[in-house]
Design a protein around this ligand. Structure first.
Ligand code: FAD
Ligand code: MLT
Ligand code: ZN
Length: 508
């Protein structure tokens, strides 16, 4: 039996742990009078409600009350879909007067329950605000409504040979406003950095309805506090992002990728160092997939990138992408890398493939990007998105599997798979624990706070990129000190003294 390695067993600590159910006694539920007021601001088609005067069919309102995983269920009786910033402002002003809680919702692809109402707050969906306001092909600065879908923005700028600085598997549904509000990471962070750097300006409707216009298109602006940073990763708790100004990089002239099979997880770290050194400035992604995740991908029709023989005996896999300016130069570097890896005295890899065409390039990425959807098909996932030292990635996954075995909760009757994949280059592990037959309190109790303790012991983060939402609200203290949380509360109080803006999310 696999033994829990001492170095990964969480140390005893007397941290507080409880999932508290927030009380919203300070808030009112939307009634017919409120709907009449919203009808004076919005077109009839922009209001959905189960209340009699509107009577939206249950099936039409249901998608706004459940998240992508089917883990979080809301009770909003009304959804508003404004088309302009002015409309958002008028709605919020009214909600502040009436003390109605508001949940901003983008593409609803979030994985921590941040965009779903906890009780009967109203959902304010940004999907109808989807116009590109401007694009400057010289500077690469794009200004767009918050409700624009990430992929449609990529398509908008592609003819100008620019790309979005972020890319994620949910690109076909997630919105740029949602990306900014979650400070989404994704597959390009290693190359282009986080949204804290690439977002130049924001337009935000504050919780009293004031429009904060900071839609700057300046690369440099050192005029006092940089307020926009508070809304990047603010998860809709401080205001509603309605417009975005973002710096888009020129599309690389040459992109390539390789997929490597490694005999042992311990090889990942030395491999990362070698790849970084040999590829230098052209390395743009270094992604990790463990054996369980790879096999699951195959079962669901991804790949195969390697034959069963080639992949056999490999504990894990790595995807490396290069983005550079000259195809011959980049290919030479990649070929040299592969040759040196395969001919080393003690090779770090079993085998590898180099994409030879755009189709092969895409199918290598499809295997990595498709894992989230495969996990979803396998059952109900408990998704932990953590930052831990790279050397501990596999130990964390193994420790969690061992924990479930020791509790008698591992197998098709309970947790059928525990796997890891993620952004090695960013120190970000996606630990996925699949409940074959659905979410159950005893499964969650076995996983939490166990996993958060492990992360805290390694001085990691309980959220590397997905955010806190309602899932990790009570786990925030595993990564933030009491002083930090206290100052977060004070900031929330300054912006949202009535606590109407995404109440019960992020702040414990
Ligand atoms: P939503 O889910 O609608 O909302 C997310 C949060 O932001 C909520 O708290 C909501 O209240 C708030 N919000 C949304 N819009 C606004 C707004 N305009 N103003 C204020 N608050 C707002 N995440 C990553 O970081 N990296 C990945 O690689 C990644 N890959 C994914 C792959 C798949 C297949 C899926 C399903 C999800 C993935 N995610 C990833 C998670 C998710 O896609 C991101 O968090 C994304 O940024 C959420 O955008 P959204 O528009 O769907 O926001
Ligand atoms: C990813 O990197 O694939 C995403 O963050 C989604 C996930 O964790 O599954
Ligand atoms: Zn990710």
């Amino acid at each position: 039996m696999l033994r829990l390695h001492n170095s990964i067993r969480p140390a005893f600590r007397s941290r507080r742990w409880a999932h508290n159910i927030p009380s919203f006694s300070h808030l009112n539920t939307v009634n017919e009078e409120d709907l009449a007021h919203f009808s004076s601001i919005l077109a009839p088609t922009s209001i959905l409600s189960t209340l009699p005067s509107i009577s939206t069919p249950a099936d039409d309102i249901a998608p706004y009350n459940v998240d992508w995983m089917g883990k979080y269920h809301g009770q909003a009786n009304s959804v508003l879909r404004p088309r302009t910033t002015q409309q958002v402002s008028e709605i919020v002003k009214y909600c502040a007067q009436r003390k109605i809680g508001i949940v901003p919702q983008g593409g609803n692809t979030g994985l921590v329950g941040g965009g779903i109402s906890l009780q009967k707050e109203i959902v304010l969906s940004l999907g109808a605000m989807n116009n590109v306001r401007s694009f400057d092909p010289v500077s690469g600065i794009l200004v767009a409504d918050a409700g624009c879908i990430l992929q449609s923005l990529s398509e908008h700028i592609a003819p100008h040979n620019h790309i979005m600085p972020l890319d994620l598997g949910a690109k076909g549904s997630c919105q740029i406003g949602g990306n900014i509000s979650t400070n989404a990471g994704g597959l390009r962070l290693l190359r282009y950095g986080s949204l804290h750097g690439t977002v130049l300006g924001l337009e935000v409707v504050l919780p009293d309805g004031t429009i904060l216009d900071q839609l700057s298109t300046l690369r440099k602006d050192n005029t006092g506090y940089d307020l926009k940073q508070l809304f990047i990763g603010g998860e809709g708790t401080l205001g509603i992002v309605t417009g975005v100004s973002i710096l888009t990089p020129p599309a690389p002239q040459a992109t390539n990728n390789i997929f490597l099979a490694l005999p042992h997880f311990d090889n990942v770290l030395p491999l990362f160092q070698i790849v970084k050194r040999q590829l230098g400035e052209i390395m743009s992604a270094f992604e990790y997939i463990d054996r369980t995740a790879y096999d699951m991908g195959l079962q669901h029709g991804l790949g195969p990138l390697l034959s069963a023989d080639e992949a056999g005996g490999s504990q894990c896999f790595v995807l490396v992408e290069t983005s550079g300016g000259n195809q011959d130069h980049d290919l030479e570097k990649l070929n040299n890398l592969l040759e040196s890896l395969l001919t080393a005295d003690e090779p770090l890899i079993n085998t590898g493939v180099l994409s030879q065409s755009p189709t092969q390039f895409n199918s290598i990425w499809a295997l990595r990007e498709g894992l989230t959807e495969c996990v979803q098909k396998e059952g109900k996932p408990y998704k932990y998105d953590v930052s831990v030292p790279l050397a501990d990635f596999q130990k964390v996954v193994d420790a969690v599997r061992e924990r479930m075995i020791s509790k008698g909760l591992y197998g098709d009757h309970a947790i059928s798979k525990v796997m890891g994949y993620g952004h090695v280059g960013d120190g970000n592990l996606h630990l996925n624990v699949i409940a074959k037959h659905g979410y159950r309190p005893e499964l969650e109790a076995a996983l939490e706070p166990f996993i958060y303790e492990i992360v805290a012991d390694r001085k990691g983060s309980v959220s590397a990129e997905h955010g806190i939402g309602s899932m990790k609200r009570d786990a925030l203290h595993y990564s933030k000190s009491d002083v930090s949380i206290d100052w977060m509360r004070k900031i929330k109080q300054v912006f949202d003294p009535l606590n109407i803006m995404n109440p019960g999310k992020v702040i414990p």
